[in-house]
Ligand binder design. Structure first.
Ligand code: 13P
Length: 246
């Protein structure tokens, strides 16, 4: 399966950073065997997608409704209209800060599909849940509730992002990543049959140029969702290079 390396800029990026997007876009062109995407702040989607058509530009969230009285929200159709080809849904920062439920995330994924976008659906346990031995149960519960029945590998990827690994410089052991990605794969196959093998499972949480090769070598790690290390080409490119070599 082709690996997907997607950057999540979160709430970082002004128009001045278009030069950084340009540098990333130019550099990833050297790795055509890897699918790459940059999920930028919504206001940068249109200028980025217009200028750098060879790299997928995405959003970081969308509303589950097509349109309506939802002040401040952005629909999947608006993302697509701006030139996005994908969007993240259900990131743990939104689950925690905006109180998004699994049902909300499922609705957002379906809205993305309806607008012609790919979706990266995020799941992941907190440190307290892992310490309590609940990591797998929590993640598989989120997965069951957040994925729509229509999920296929052509438009949907899962991102496993342990909350305690995001922005902390800590990552799970190889064994723990292998166990969780294996459990997610088994759940996908149990629910979607052979199609479950076509759905990419990304790892996210403190992935960087130093650890990418070993993370991407683990079975069922089909790519990465990268936060901090996606903001600059010199940090992002070693991850894309590791994916090309994996
Ligand atoms: P970091 O790579 O900064 O840990 O962030 C991961 C993440 O949350 C990507 O969605």
């Amino acid at each position: 399966m082709r690996k997907l390396i997607a950057g999540n800029w979160k709430m970082n990026g002004l128009f001045a950073q278009m030069d950084d997007i340009a540098a990333i876009t130019e550099a990833v062109a050297a790795y055509p065997a890897v699918d790459t995407a940059l999920c930028v702040p919504a206001l940068l989607i249109r200028p980025a997608a217009g200028r750098f058509a060879d790299m997928a530009i995405g959003g970081q969230d969308c509303h589950m409704s097509v349109s309506g009285a939802h002040t401040g929200c952005i629909s999947a159709e608006m993302l697509a209209d701006a030139g996005a080809r994908l969007t993240i849904v259900g990131h743990s920062e939104r689950r925690a800060a905006q109180g998004e439920s699994d049902a909300d995330v499922r609705g957002k994924a379906l809205a993305a599909q309806a607008a012609g976008l790919s979706a990266i659906v995020c799941v992941g346990e907190t440190e307290a849940e892992r310490d309590a031995g609940q990591a797998e149960a929590v993640v598989l519960g989120q997965l069951a509730g957040s994925l729509p029945d229509q999920a296929t590998g052509s438009w949907l990827s899962v991102a496993y992002e342990p909350v305690w690994a995001i922005g902390t410089g800590r990552i799970p052991s190889t064994e723990d990543v292998a166990a969780m990605h294996g459990a997610i794969r088994a759940a996908l196959v149990a629910r979607f049959g052979a199609e479950g093998n076509a759905i990419r499972i990304l790892y996210g949480g403190s992935m960087n140029g130093d650890n990418a090769a070993s993370l991407l070598a683990i079975a069922n790690v089909d790519g990465g969702l990268i936060g901090g290390a996606s903001l600059k080409a010199e940090k992002f490119l070693p991850i894309v290079a590791a994916a090309a070599a994996a």
